[in-house]
Design a protein around this ligand. Structure first.
Ligand code: CDT
Length: 324
């Protein structure tokens, strides 16, 4: 058995005016809580360090810039505390953030931080950016201006091996992880890119609105409660279906709750096995740790039989996937 104890750190409401110091302290408390439960890897949500700012149209450049991380995320003033803590506790961590590069490019990114190495093992930049460049005309619309604030990621979907989590055997070797961010999870292509690299654990942080009729393209007469239930249903549907069809575990961590008392983000953080069944899920829409022992050997039956890609895929019929 190759068992890893993995946690998702669900993070409740973060308001626009919350200080970065207070938010960072909350995140560190969650990390400590996960480690006290035996976590070896902890997943944090998308854009973890601040409120989910792409819902706002900013006219003040300095305010917009204040939501981005600059320079080395592991040593920057506003973020190094959690990386120091992960190193001290010996726990690996995947955490999402808004990245401003030295060339002033902006990405919705996450990193896998390896505690023993004390450095970033892998980085991912969100490829499927949802939403719009311009806000909706309705004054009360919930916007998602990710296409305005971020460039589509340029690092591809790269699976990577993680040392020191399990006893590597000659057969299966070190565990294979992959990362995606929020909207990526709705796209079969993201998963299959990782699946084809033999991924065993997919990590996904997210911010998903519970009520955003313009964004979901609904007719406008949808009942808000039903719309919210459907948002959670679709989240779990894609996590379960794609874990199954790629014979991998998946872990998802929500940024959720009512930001500023009015912007609703759903919870529903999950850990799902390669059979598509939920092993652990959050019960609240607040700061909460969910955790499970994931035996990666359970990926083998799916990878060797039903979803043995080498034997069963028919690539000669798939060219449409990349030609349009
Ligand atoms: N953060 C993020 O990617 N949210 C999207 C909203 C979709 S709007 C149609 C999501 O897929 O949950």
């Amino acid at each position: 058995a190759r068992i890893i104890r993995i946690a998702a750190a669900q993070v409740g409401a973060i308001h626009r005016k919350d200080t970065r110091r207070d938010t960072l302290s909350r995140l560190i408390r969650l990390l400590e809580d996960a480690v006290s439960k035996g976590a070896q890897v902890v997943l944090f949500p998308e854009c973890t360090f601040t409120t989910f700012f792409p819902r706002h149209l900013f006219t003040d450049e300095a305010e917009l810039d204040s939501f981005f991380e600059h320079g080395d995320i592991t040593t920057a003033d506003t973020t190094h505390g959690i990386f120091d803590k992960a190193k001290e506790l010996g726990v690996d961590m995947c955490i999402g953030f808004a990245e401003a590069t030295d060339d002033d490019e902006h990405y919705n990114a996450c990193v896998y931080y390896h505690a023993k190495m004390g450095s970033i093992l892998s980085k991912y930049r969100k490829i499927h950016l949802p939403g719009d460049v311009e806000p909706f005309p309705e004054p009360d619309a919930v916007n998602q201006l990710e296409k305005r604030y971020f460039k589509p990621g340029n690092l591809g979907f790269k699976a990577f091996r993680v040392p020191d989590l399990t006893d590597a055997t000659a057969d299966s070797g070190e565990p294979i992880f992959g990362m995606m961010i929020c909207n990526d999870r709705r796209w079969a292509e993201s998963w299959r890119c990782l699946g084809l690299q033999g991924v065993e654990v997919v990590l996904t942080g997210y911010n998903t609105p519970g009520w955003a009729p313009q964004m979901w393209g609904s007719s406008g007469d949808q009942d808000p409660k039903e719309a919210r239930e459907e948002a959670i249903f679709h989240h779990k549907l894609v996590m379960k279906a794609h874990s199954y069809t790629n014979a991998c575990f998946s872990v998802s961590a929500a940024r959720c709750g009512l930001d500023d008392g009015k912007y609703d983000l759903v919870g529903g953080s999950t850990i799902i096995g390669p059979n598509g069944k939920i092993i652990a899920e959050s019960k609240t829409e607040e700061d909460e740790i969910i955790i499970a022992d994931c035996d990666l050997d359970l990926c083998s039956p799916g990878k060797k039989r039903t979803f043995d890609f080498g034997r069963h895929r028919r690539v000669e019929h798939y060219s449409i996937l990349t030609s349009q």
